[in-house]
Design a protein around this ligand. Structure first.
Ligand SMILES: [Zn+2]
Length: 479
C-alpha cells in the first residue's frame, strides 16, 4: 500500500476547515461577547449533521453553550462503537498577527484561529465520517463536539455523565434536546475513543493532568510612612512564592527524576526496545486493517516529562503609599499520570505552611503588628488557599496501548510518523480514560502552532488525518 493519495477529497476538507475557521468560537474565558462563545459553531454543526441524516442531540453544559453529539451511520453497523471527540472552542485572538477568522490559504497552509487547535481535527473527522457513509459496513461512530476544553474540560465531563453510573445504578440521563434520545445514545458503549488534538498524527497515549488554584495572603493596611504599624501581605507572599519555588526544586524535581529513571530502565529492559512500536513496513499486499504487534507485558508508557508547579500570576496592594493588606497568586500544578489532584493540592499547602511558619507565627515581627493587635477576632489565617478552580487527572497510558498500536499502524501505513508518545499538556482524554474506555489523542497540525499569533495547519497534514480517520471509520482498528 502506498502513501495516502487523497487529491479527490482535498477540496472538500480544506473548504470545510475554512468554513469552520470563519465561524468564531472563542471560549468566553478568553473572548469578548461579539466573538460569541461556541454557539454559532454548534448551530453550523447541527445543520451539517442533520443534512447528512445523522441523528443528533444537544446537551446544554452552560447557558448558551451546548455539546453536539451525532451518530454517524454506516450503511451496515458492524456492532462495534467508537467515540470521536473534538472540542469546539478556541483560545482568544488578542495580539494575533493574521486575520484570525480569514481562513486564508498560502504556502500550502490554512491560517487562522483554530486552524490546528482544533478545527483541523474537526474538519478531518467530519469529512472522514461523510466519506465512510458510502462503505458497506463499519463501526458505529459517535461524534461528540464538546465545548470548553480550553478552560475546564466541562463539556467532556458533561458528556461523560451520559454514561455515568453510581456503582451498579445507572443515573437518570441528562436533559438533552434533538432527534437522538439520550437513552438511545447511552446504550452505545464505545470500545475505543479518539480525541482529536494537534499531535502531528503522533498517537498520544499518556499526558499530564492539571490543578489550578488561587492563594491569598492577608496583612494590615497602614500608611507607608509608618510601615511598622501595618503588616505587609506582599512580604508574606514573597515567602510563599519562594516556598513554592523550593517545593519544585526539593520535592517535585527529585521525585520526577526518580520516576523517569525507573521508566527508562523498564524501557531498556523491554524486548524490542529501540524499535518502532508498530508495523511500519507492512508486507506488500497486507491490509491496513492488520493489527500492530501487541505491547509486551509491563511496557512502560511513554514519558510525559516531569511533575511541575508554576506561580503564574501575582497581584497585591492598593497604592504606592499604603502597606498592602492583601496579595494573591495563581498556582498551576501539572500532574503526572497517576498522581492524585487532591493529594498534590494538600501536599503543597502543607509544605508552604511549614516553610512560612516562622513568619506567620510571629505575633510581632520586626516592623510588623500582629493582626490580633488590630482587633481582628477570631484571628484570620494569614495564608489562605481557595479550592481548586480546575483539576484534571492525566491520561495514564495503561488501557490504551493496544488501541494506540493499532491506530499507529494506520497512521504509519500512510507515511506519517505515528509513534506512541506522551505529552506534557492536558486534553479531554482523561475524562474517558476515567470511565475505563481505551482512549488516545491524535489529530492533524502541531501543538507548536496552537494558541500562537499566526496559527496555521498544513493542508497535506489535514488530508492525511482525514484519510486516517476514514480508515478507522471503515473498521481499520479491528482485525
Ligand atoms: Zn485543543
Amino acid at each position: 500500500m502506498g502513501k495516502f493519495s487523497s487529491a479527490h477529497m482535498s477540496l472538500e476538507v480544506k473548504t470545510l476547515l475554512q468554513n469552520l475557521i470563519r465561524i468564531p468560537s472563542v471560549n468566553p474565558a478568553f473572548g469578548t461577547a461579539e466573538q460569541g462563545g461556541e454557539a454559532a459553531l454548534t448551530s453550523f454543526l447541527q445543520d451539517f449533521v442533520d443534512r447528512q441524516g445523522w441523528p443528533w442531540l444537544r446537551q446544554t453544559v452552560h447557558p448558551g453553550r451546548d455539546n453536539l453529539v451525532a451518530i454517524c451511520q454506516p450503511t451496515q453497523p458492524d456492532g462495534s462503537v467508537l467515540l470521536w471527540e473534538v472540542h469546539q472552542d478556541t483560545v482568544g485572538v488578542r495580539g494575533m498577527r493574521i486575520d484570525p477568522f480569514g481562513a486564508e490559504e498560502s504556502e500550502g497552509r490554512i491560517w487562522g484561529r483554530g486552524a490546528c487547535d482544533n478545527k483541523g481535527g474537526l474538519a478531518a473527522m467530519l469529512a472522514a465520517a461523510v466519506r465512510a457513509q458510502a462503505m458497506p459496513a463499519g463501526p458505529t461512530i459517535i461524534l461528540a463536539c464538546t465545548i470548553n476544553e480550553e478552560h475546564g474540560f466541562t463539556g467532556a465531563r458533561a458528556l461523560a455523565q451520559i454514561w455515568a453510573r453510581d456503582g451498579a445504578d445507572v443515573r437518570p440521563p441528562p436533559q438533552t434536546t434533538g432527534p437522538l434520545r439520550c437513552e438511545v445514545l447511552r446504550q452505545l458503549l464505545p470500545a475505543a475513543v479518539i480525541v482529536a488534538e494537534p499531535t502531528q498524527l503522533q498517537v498520544v497515549v499518556a499526558h499530564k493532568g492539571s490543578l489550578r488554584w488561587r492563594c491569598h495572603t492577608r496583612g494590615l493596611a497602614a500608611h507607608s510612612s509608618q510601615p511598622e504599624r501595618g503588616r505587609n501581605a506582599i512580604y508574606l507572599m514573597a515567602r510563599v512564592v519562594t516556598a513554592i519555588e523550593a517545593y519544585q526544586q526539593e520535592v517535585l524535581h527529585p521525585r520526577s527524576a526518580a520516576a523517569l529513571r525507573v521508566a527508562n530502565e523498564e524501557d531498556l529492559c523491554r524486548p524490542g526496545a529501540g524499535q518502532r512500536p508498530t508495523g511500519a513496513g507492512l508486507p506488500s499486499g497486507s491490509s491496513h486493517r492488520q493489527a500492530a504487534p501487541r505491547p509486551s507485558r509491563g511496557q512502560a508508557p511513554p514519558s510525559c516529562g516531569r511533575s511541575t508547579v508554576c506561580v503564574s500570576t501575582v497581584q497585591g496592594g492598593v497604592g504606592i503609599n499604603t502597606v498592602p493588606d492583601q496579595a494573591t497568586i495563581e498556582i498551576d500544578r501539572r500532574l503526572l499520570p497517576g498522581e492524585s489532584p487532591a493529594v498534590a493540592y494538600q501536599e503543597l499547602i502543607d509544605y508552604v505552611a511549614e516553610k512560612c511558619h516562622a513568619w506567620t507565627a510571629q505575633a510581632d515581627g520586626p516592623g510588623s503588628r500582629s493582626l490580633s493587635d488590630a482587633g481582628t477576632s477570631p484571628p484570620v489565617s494569614l495564608i489562605e488557599h481557595e479550592p481548586p478552580t480546575q483539576q484534571s487527572a492525566g491520561l495514564s497510558g495503561g488501557l490504551n496501548q493496544d488501541l494506540g498500536n493499532r491506530l499507529a499502524a494506520i497512521v504509519q501505513a500512510g507515511g506519517a510518523a505515528g509513534e506512541l508518545i506522551g505529552v506534557p499538556y492536558g486534553t479531554d482524554a482523561w475524562v474517558f480514560d476515567k470511565l475505563g474506555w481505551p482512549t488516545v489523542v491524535c489529530g492533524p497540525g502541531s501543538i507548536d502552532q496552537a494558541h500562537t499569533d499566526d496559527e496555521w495547519i498544513a493542508i497535506e497534514q489535514l488530508e492525511q488525518a482525514t484519510e486516517v480517520f476514514y480508515r478507522v471509520a471503515c473498521g481499520g482498528l479491528s482485525d
